[in-house]
Design a binder for this molecule. Structure first.
Ligand SMILES: Cc1cc2nc3c(=O)[nH]c(=O)nc-3n(C[C@H](O)[C@H](O)[C@H](O)COP(=O)(O)O)c2cc1C
Length: 188
């Protein structure tokens, strides 16, 4: 089969990427939620992650000033709320009230965990890099929380129970089929 490559202009065409709900809070102010797709792992020891946030976002100032955020990994059940939190601003609405999502206290930082999200990652900002459209908040992971019912008998997160999904060029897509396990190509 002949494959002809079509070259297009440079763009952020990488998929799937996760969509996460990032919670922010400054002092005793109201907590807010922002949907973020520009996020990922940067380092293993110490565990380090990042989020890319545009300076015009309401959440941006809160993260910059507090130096804290929580990444809440949604399951497919929260997909509509994730989209909604990316459509409206905390300047105008209380997203916890509008979505019915529940804020529960974190253990190490001020921004709350989202109870309905099966995985919650508490983060402390270590470095900010301005790249142009987005500021990259590089943060150390201080604690990770799991819903008890998404852990298997060995205490490992069960992806089949967490039911995460991916964001592909503007579409939310499930990632339900298991293709293999780490190292499966090199057995025997
Ligand atoms: C699927 C999705 C992914 C998004 N990813 C990002 C992102 O990575 N960075 C960003 O700055 N905004 C992103 N946004 C836009 C913000 O979530 C949106 O502007 C939100 O309303 C900002 O909320 P805030 O004003 O309360 O901070 C995304 C929106 C959606 C729907």
């Amino acid at each position: 089969m002949v494959i002809i490559k079509v070259t297009q202009k440079p763009s952020t065409i990488l998929f799937p990427v996760p969509t996460v709900l990032v919670t922010t809070q400054m002092g005793e102010g109201e907590p807010n939620i922002i949907t973020i797709a520009w996020t990922g792992i940067m380092n293993s020891v110490p565990p380090t992650v990042y989020i890319g946030v545009q300076p015009i976002r309401y959440s941006h100032g809160k993260i910059k000033e507090s130096g804290e955020y929580v990444i809440n990994i949604p399951s497919v059940e929260q997909a509509k709320s994730v989209d909604y939190c990316g459509m409206v601003s905390g300047r105008d609405v209380n997203k916890f009230e509008e979505t019915g999502l529940t804020a529960v206290p974190s253990t190490h930082v001020k921004p709350p965990l989202i109870k309905e999200c099966p995985v919650n990652i508490e983060c402390k900002v270590k470095q900010v890099i301005s790249l142009g459209s987005h500021d990259i908040f590089i943060a150390e992971v201080l604690a990770v929380h799991y819903d008890e019912n998404v852990l298997d008998e060995n205490g490992r997160p069960d992806i089949g129970k967490i039911k995460p999904y991916g964001f592909c060029m503007g579409e939310y897509r499930s990632i339900s089929d298991k293709l293999g396990t780490f190292g499966y190509s090199n057995k025997g």
